[in-house]
Structure formats: structure tokens, C-alpha cells
Design a protein around this ligand. Structure first.
Ligand code: PMP
Length: 408
């Protein structure tokens, strides 16, 4: 009989605890973290006020501690105020605006179902791709960046494609457009469609009324007018949306974004125990709570009014510099992100590089279909001040003087 070879406990083994590293500590990790000061006057993230930074720097507690649940309950109330909704199914995603986009689509749409997307900038394009990836049958209504869809056009497309969900961007940040929303929720109800609206770039800066406007699913991001660091994203579902997503036949493609788990994690499902699903971004939630507290103290209407006033001041200053605003009609301009048509003969990249180098200021170019069309200036929340508009205007004036009209 041959026995298997015995491994003697005395046999020498490789000692992995010492000097066997082949990759030394990287030199960069032995240097301190360096973060420059920047004026974040692009489409986001925006500068975070010290009060919110301080909230995010508070000591960590466990994400399932009762105090954390209280903080999450407060966040829910803050979001209900910011969205103007009484929806119980209101949470903040552990993730950026894209997490909310995916959460909305993955939970309310099943493979093969029809989805209608209004595309007038990059955000419709993104949502169409997200829906396509999870196997939806996607139909798009397409306009040039900044284009506005009439309610008649929307109703015609709803009747034609019979979608389970219609997507519209309220604050189209790639185009600088604040799209009208009134009446669309009613049309969606008439056609048995859920109405999904993106307010990542507009919440707190331009009016939106989730309940009154019959919006079924609404989401935003933390890093724009809310002024929290990037990484959390409020989202809310009304009863109609819950009915659809909790009676589905298939499981959503994402475990992380599954609302049946997230609703329990946020204490929305009526069950006595809130169970572990994933580890929420504790510091991010502290900061988000503080940003929602600032919005509640300021008042939504005051915040909308203030953004409009500062935006109008900026628009006048831009026109005084001889610049043309990309969205012609004032009432359709997004107060948080202004788009400037690239001045003739200039190289927009050169202008932005000049402003970054000489003014430590971020402004950005277009995104997706608006690339090569616009320069974007964002003054949101904490950054939304006339003195910041003056700084932005001075930087642009300086760039226009110094970036000669030769290399367009
Ligand atoms: N929608 C809109 C209107 C946006 O402006 C953005 C961010 N620029 C997003 C969605 C995506 O958000 P995030 O980058 O936080 O994922």
C-alpha cells in the first residue's frame, strides 16, 4: 500500500512575513496628500462649505447603529422637503448620481419592457444606454442639445411606444437647459407610464415639485447645489413606482441597487429590523444631512430665488463681454449651470486652460453632444454669489484678451 506523502511540520517553509516583498512602498505614498484650492465654477462638484466639510469629518459610527438610523431618518425627511414629496420610499443611494439613474431603471423596468427616453444632451443618452444594457426595449426622442420637447410630442411618443417608463432631464447640465415639467406627469398617468425625472444639476436651484407635478421617480446628486461632497444621491419613488417595482417577475440585475433590500436598509418597508445589506458611506451621509439642513434653513423658495438672481447677474455680465448664451430663451436657462456658445475664432480648450492656470478656476467644455459647442459655468449653492460671478467674469474677460483669436 502506498501512503500519501506526509508533510512534516518541521519541513522548512517560506517565511512570508519578512523581506519577501518584490514591490516596495511607492514613493508617492510617502509624501503627504496635496490638494490645491480651486474655484469649482464648472458643472460640479462645487466647493463644499466648511460646515459640510466639518460634518463629514465627524468620527465614524457603525452604519447599523441606532444613531446612524436616526441620521438616515433625518436625511429622508430632508429629501422629502427638497423634492416636495410625502413619498415614504425616499432614500439616499450609496453612490453618485449614476447610482440613482441605475437604481431607478433597474428596479422599475424588466427586460423586454418598453422605455421612452427624451434625449437633448448627454443625460438622456446615458439613461438610454443604461436601459439598453439591462435588456429594455429603448425608444428615444432626440433633439439637438438644449432642445425642448413639447407635451404634444411627448404624448404622441407615449401613445406610439407604450413605455412602462418615460425619462426626462429637468436640469440638462450638458446643455444648460431647465426643461419644463408641468403636465408631463399627467400625460404619463394617462398612458400608464412611470415618469422619471433627473434633477442632479437643478435640485435646490430651480423649482421642482415631485408630488404636485406627478413625478413618479425623482433623483438628484449630492455635489451640485446641495454642496455636499460627491458620492451620495437622493432618490424617491411614489406609490405607483413602488407598485411596479415590488410586483415585478424578475429580480433586478443589480444586488447593490435592489430597492427591496435598500428599502429595508432605510427603514421604509415596515419591518421591525433593518438588516445589513451593504455598508453605507457614513461620512458621506453626515455631510449630506448637513447639506439638507442648510437647504431647510435657507428655504427652498429662497434658494431658487437666489440662484435665479445670481444667474441673471452672470448672464448680463457675459453678454456685456460680448459672449452669446447657448440657451436663447431666458426662462429655459438652467440657473445652476450656464452654457456660453464658444466665441467665434477661439479655441475653447485654450480658454479653459488659461483660466485654470491663471485664476485657479474650473470651468468646463461641453459634454457628449454639446462638446465643441459650449463652455459651462456653474455657480451652485455655496458658490452661488455675485462676487463669484464677478470672479468668473473677470477670468473670462482676461482669457478672451489673452487667448488670441487665431487657433480655432
Ligand atoms: N445627471 C445630470 C443632469 C448631471 O449633471 C450629472 C452629473 N454631471 C449626472 C446625472 C451624473 O451624476 P454623477 O456624476 O454624480 O454620477
Amino acid at each position: 500500500i502506498s501512503l500519501p506523502p506526509m508533510i512534516s511540520p518541521l519541513q522548512p517553509r517560506l517565511d512570508r512575513s519578512m523581506s519577501s516583498l518584490t514591490i516596495p512602498p511607492p514613493a508617492c505614498m510617502l509624501r503627504p496628500l496635496e490638494v490645491p484650492f480651486r474655484y469649482l465654477f464648472g458643472p460640479g462638484p462645487s466647493n463644499v462649505p466648511p460646515r459640510i466639510l466639518a460634518a463629514g469629518a465627524r468620527p465614524i459610527i457603525g452604519h447599523l447603529h441606532p444613531e446612524m438610523y436616526e441620521i438616515m431618518n433625518d436625511i429622508k425627511k430632508g429629501i422629502q422637503y427638497a423634492f416636495q414629496t410625502q413619498n415614504n420610499m425616499t432614500i439616499a443611494m450609496s453612490g453618485s448620481g449614476h447610482a440613482a439613474m441605475e437604481c431607478a431603471i433597474f428596479n422599475t423596468v424588466e427586460p423586454g419592457e418598453s422605455v421612452l427616453v427624451a434625449v437633448n444632451g448627454i443625460w438622456g443618452e446615458r439613461v438610454a444606454e443604461i436601459a439598453e444594457r439591462m435588456g429594455a426595449s429603448v425608444h428615444t426622442m432626440v433633439k439637438a442639445p438644449g432642445g425642448v420637447f413639447t407635451n404634444e410630442e411627448i404624448e404622441k411618443a407615449l401613445a406610439k411606444h407604450k413605455p412602462v417608463l418615460f425619462f426626462l432631464t429637468h436640469g440638462e447640465s450638458s446643455a444648460g437647459l431647465a426643461h419644463p415639467v408641468d403636465g408631463i406627469g399627467d400625460l404619463c398617468r394617462k398612458h400608464n407610464t412611470l415618469f422619471l425625472v433627473d434633477t442632479v444639476a437643478s435640485l435646490g436651484a430651480a423649482p421642482i415639485f415631485m408630488d404636485q407635478q406627478n413625478i413618479d421617480i425623482l433623483y438628484t446628486g449630492s455635489q451640485k447645489a446641495l454642496n455636499a461632497p460627491p458620492g451620495t444621491a437622493p432618490i424617491s419613488f411614489n406609490e405607483r413606482a413602488c407598485q411596479k417595482m415590488f410586483t415585478r417577475k424578475t429580480k433586478p440585475v443589480s444586488y447593490l441597487l435592489d430597492m427591496s433590500h435598500l428599502s429595508n436598509y432605510w427603514g421604509n418597508d415596515g419591518k421591525p429590523a433593518r438588516l445589513y445589506h451593504h455598508t453605507g458611506p457614513v461620512s458621506g451621509f453626515f455631510a449630506l444631512r448637513e447639506s439638507l439642513a442648510i437647504l431647510a434653513e435657507t428655504g427652498l423658495e429662497e434658494s431658487w430665488k437666489h440662484h435665479k438672481e445670481v444667474a441673471e447677474y452672470l448672464w448680463t455680465g457675459l453678454e456685456d463681454l460680448g459672449l452669446k448664451l447657448f440657451i436663447r430663451e431666458k426662462d429655459l436657462r438652467l440657473p445652476s449651470v450656464t452654457t456660453i456658445a464658444i466665441p467665434q475664432g477661439y479655441n475653447w480648450r485654450e480658454i479653459l486652460q488659461y483660466i485654470m492656470k491663471h485664476h485657479q478656476m474650473e470651468m468646463t467644455g461641453g459634454l457628449g453632444p454639446s462638446i465643441n459647442m459650449v463652455i459651462r459655468v456653474g455657480l451652485m449653492g455655496y458658490n452661488c454669489q455675485k462676487r463669484n460671478a464677478d470672479l468668473a467674469l473677470a477670468a473670462l474677460a482676461d482669457a478672451l484678451r489673452n487667448c488670441k483669436k487665431s487657433k480655432a
